[in-house]
Design a protein around this ligand. Structure first.
Ligand SMILES: C[S@@+](CC[C@H](N)C(=O)[O-])C[C@H]1O[C@@H](n2cnc3c(N)ncnc32)[C@H](O)[C@@H]1O
Length: 211
């Protein structure tokens, strides 16, 4: 299996080529399926028309995870009920917890401006966690998009904290919807092996240049 690389393609097809029980940790941030553009210039990402793609990908992700491993998936309050219903009905993943990522600053807009996102913690078996100071509210800055310009780039420091909590050096981490490659960068910083998958050539090119 190729490691420390971003593979361009549809993650469901790409993941079918990976062996079962081969991944130590999955952190991923799929399109939520709300079919909208983001930011002042209304940027859109691929496959954001329905939430089906990320639900279906969970079935492959479960197969790839080693026993006693965790899967962190970003979501929002609108998509959360559909996602959890799908997980409970159609996967063998166990729902362990829900983390609130509270951003220091607000998103664009007016009434009810966005200041948090959700991260669902899913498990295959009974994973161990290492940090004693890891709470279910994680405070961290909103990302400054000037580096990659990906509308959903996630903060590397938040991802590093999750990685420290759920893996050890040398482990293999997968992000099947890797976008600008923030999970890959965080894994690399902490001496973990990693694989990113991204459908959109544009983000793969930026990743090659080092984001
Ligand atoms: C919410 S963004 C991820 C952003 C990422 N967390 C970051 O920090 O940059 C979701 C990404 O999934 C990609 N995507 C959509 N459908 C996909 C598929 N079938 N396989 C792989 N990537 C896909 C989109 O192009 C988009 O870049």
């Amino acid at each position: 299996m190729i490691k420390n690389r971003i593979i361009q393609g549809d993650c469901i097809e790409v993941m079918k080529n990976f062996p079962s029980n081969s991944i130590d940790l999955i952190i991923t941030d799929p399109p939520y399926g709300d079919n909208i553009g983001y930011g002042w210039n209304n940027k859109k990402i691929k496959n954001n028309e329905t939430p089906l793609i990320n639900c279906l990908a969970l079935i492959e992700m479960y197969r790839l995870l080693k026993r006693n491993s965790s899967l962190y998936i970003f979501t929002n309050w609108k998509h959360y009920p559909f996602l959890t219903e799908f997980i409970l009905r159609y996967t063998k993943l166990k729902i362990r917890h829900l983390i609130v990522w509270k951003k220091h600053n607000f998103g664009l807009g007016w009434a009810f401006r966005h200041q948090y996102e959700l991260i669902l913690v899913l498990e295959k078996g009974n994973p161990k966690y290492t940090l004693t100071d890891f709470s279910d509210v994680q405070s961290c800055s909103h990302i400054n998009h000037n580096k990659t310009n990906h509308p959903h780039e996630k903060p590397v420091d938040l991802l590093e904290k999750i990685i420290k909590h759920s893996s050890k050096e040398g482990d293999l981490i997968l992000d099947p919807f890797c976008g600008s490659g923030s999970t890959c960068k965080a894994s690399n910083n902490l001496n973990r092996k990693w694989i990113g998958i991204e459908l959109d050539k544009k983000w793969c090119k930026i990743n090659k240049k080092g984001g």
